[in-house]
Design a protein around this ligand. Structure first.
Ligand code: NAP
Length: 299
């Protein structure tokens, strides 16, 4: 049985680790806030007290953490992953982080004889639960080939994108589209609401028409139900857009749509909506137009 360490049991990490257990892997979990590990331990996982402990005996270590600074502390901090990582270990990081950090991990793990894949995912909490994530992977091709079957146990599509950092580049370019799509949906819904249309009727047209998107499918119903429970938090969406902005700065690439979408999520964050689902950014538009975007009923 393949021994797997799993660090980061948040919205995405917990269902991913649970799916690994269900598929018959032996899983050792670590989470900074230990209470979030309880459900996994009940389902049969072993509990590690530190990131280093989660590496012990593992052939593969997954990490699914918020951002660059979480990765820094889990890998480079006291009792961190790098203290234990050695020959034969493959680390698969599915967090969305800067490509530069992915490349640094690849180099630092390589010095210890360990392998590293940056393997971010798309598909939100429902896809993590259903094991239908889409993995975009950067790293050394033979390492990717060796882990393809494992990744396929968590996802419906697993694609090799190129050398180390390529997965993270892919993810930031992809989430630029996600953020812009989400704001586009909110603007369309706001215009429809202001015009006196029933937003639920309008959403049906969008979903059947050429304005459709995954965001319209996933976030449209959440907005109309005023269900801002977190699937992908507004603060993490903003984090991705800011990382993408760093890239456009580096590439000297004008990206006006990216910057417009970033500004709306920044406003949402300053309204205190950071922990809510990114769909909560609709509340910015509601404030501007002094009207709620919600189901009207009838029609
Ligand atoms: P989340 O629910 O906020 O979970 C974040 C995890 O990171 C938690 O386990 C948290 O531990 C841990 N963490 C944060 N700071 C830490 C630190 N300094 N040291 C140790 N652990 C730390 O986030 P998520 O939605 O699962 O997302 C995880 C990653 O996947 C992010 O990079 C996100 O952008 C990406 N992603 C998310 C989605 C989505 O739809 N949610 C989809 C694709 C990709 P605690 O429990 O102790 O806070």
């Amino acid at each position: 049985m393949k021994q797997i360490g799993f660090i980061g049991l948040g919205t995405m990490g917990a269902p991913m680790a649970l799916n690994l257990l269900r598929k018959g892997y032996a899983v050792t979990v670590y989470n900074r806030s230990a209470d979030k590990a309880a459900e996994l331990v009940q389902a049969g996982a072993s509990l590690a007290a530190t990131p280093a402990e989660a590496v012990s005996g593992a052939e593969v270590l997954f990490t699914m953490l918020s951002n660059d600074s979480a990765i820094e502390s889990v890998f480079y901090g006291e009792n961190g992953v790098l203290e234990k990582a050695g020959e034969g270990l493959t680390v698969i990081d599915s967090s969305t982080v800067s490509p530069a950090l992915s490349q640094r991990l690849h180099a630092d793990l390589g010095k210890r004889g360990a392998y590293f894949l940056d393997a971010p995912v798309t598909g939100s909490k429902p896809a993590a639960e259903a094991a239908t994530l889409v993995f975009m992977v950067g790293g050394d091709r033979p390492v990717f080939d060796a882990q393809h079957a494992l990744l396929s146990d968590l996802g419906s599509k697993v694609l090799y994108m190129g050398p180390s950092g390529s997965g993270s580049y892919t993810k930031l370019a992809h989430n630029t589209i996600v953020g812009i799509n989400a704001i586009g949906l909110m603007e369309g819904l706001s215009i429809a609401t202001k015009a006196g249309l029933a937003p639920e009727q309008f959403l049906q047209i969008v979903q059947a028409g050429s304005g459709n998107s995954k965001q319209a499918e996933l976030k449209g119903p959440k907005i109309l139900e005023r269900d801002f429970s977190n699937q992908f938090s507004l603060k993490l969406m903003l984090k991705d857009l800011l990382l993408a902005s760093d890239l456009t700065g580096k590439f000297q690439l004008p990206a006006p749509m990216l910057h417009a979408a970033t500004t709306v999520f920044q406003m949402g964050l300053s309204k205190g909506l950071g922990e809510e689902d990114l769909a909560a950014a609709i509340q910015c538009y509601e404030e501007w137009m002094n009207e709620r975007v919600e189901k009207k009923g009838g029609q």
